[in-house]
Ligand binder design. Sequence first.
Ligand SMILES: Cc1ncc(COP(=O)(O)O)c(C=O)c1O
Length: 425
Amino acid sequence: MLDRRSFMGSAAAASLAAPSGAQALAAVPLPAPTLLDTKPEAYWAAVRKQFLIPSDVIDLNVGTVGSSPRPVLKAIFDGFETTEQMTQSGSEDYPIWGYGAWDEYRKPFAQFVGAQVEQMAILRNCTEANSYVANGFDMKPGDEVLISDEEHGSGEMPWMLRQRRYGIVVKKFAMPKPPKDAADILNRIDDAITPRTRIIFVSHISTATGVILPAKEIAALARSKGIVSAFDGAHAPGMIDLDLKDLGCDLYTGSMHKWLFATKGTGFLYLRDKGVMNRVWSTVVTGGYDDPARMADRFMQIGSSCIPTLMGLNAAVDFANGVGIARIEARNRALADYMHAEMMKRGAESWTSPDPALRGGIATVNVPPVQRMELQEWLWTRHKVRIRGGNPSKLRLSTPYFLSKADIDRFLDLFDQFRRMKGIA
Ligand SMILES: Cc1ncc(COP(=O)(O)O)c(C=O)c1O
């Protein structure tokens, strides 16, 4: 068994001696939380300085990928600099993860999302974690998985593949567009359950609309019927205060590179207990995958992967804790609410929910006859504003906490300008 503690000790010692190129990433202290009470916009403007995104760029597409702030980048760069010296103290220590338990990296993130370290497998992205669930959950031909019609490709496709290859049945329910309230979603799920339903797999936060599904209630409904509940939470960590224990689901997947701003190449699979762990076959395996003494770390025996990636993950958790997840969630939501309200004033059709409790940091709107791809290109190439959406006219507007109200106003002015240019409105 590798001694990770001595490995880290020697790496840290080496870093003191080594000249650091990462020193170029000068630390900028986080503002005092008291500033938030007195001058909230000044507080968030100071937080914004932690990001390398140039001040004239507005990133409304954290929903695809976030930008890591300075302390995260520094941890990653320092991590490479120290680990690549190959001075680890143990004769079996190498700068790779993908073997072993790696508690020092699983634990802070597990705590951040209300889980125990034994329940957490760190993987390389949410796509990988979703494939673990769809590929590995024990099912017979004819058994059904219930998904929504708004799953991301990485949530839907592995189930479709399994249907084609092994004869399971993928059943879809239509998400209400928009959902009026939580019951509106729950009733549709309840109606779609059959005696063959073995697992419900849905997004916690819809990639298409930003709607936050009532995950706790869905998990309870599934449990009451002896069905396993699994959620794709790609957008949840760092957007909302995620508490997996409270949520009560069996399986949960996610990304840390989006709203948590961790290293690209970080995702996770949460498995509630040994009961469900024993019902999921691993997909990518090396020695240790079937060790009955192991818990969720069985699912991260995936072969050589990158330790500095995990160092960046720990730094991202520290960063979010430094700002405070309650403050982060409140800010993400307030900005999205503002964006949503302003777009409604402009005649947009809301594709999120009218119930603010069912929305987070994403405001999705439909704005026909505006062509979203044309607008998206114009905004980015001419005005350094990044958005994303769906054709023909859907805009998915992500509002991470480091944006200012002025950033959103600038987007709104540009949106108005574009419409005037096109003779719309
Ligand atoms: C709901 C959902 N699931 C999964 C993914 C894929 O995430 P990753 O890039 O971490 O594989 C995304 C990406 O946008 C998503 O929105």
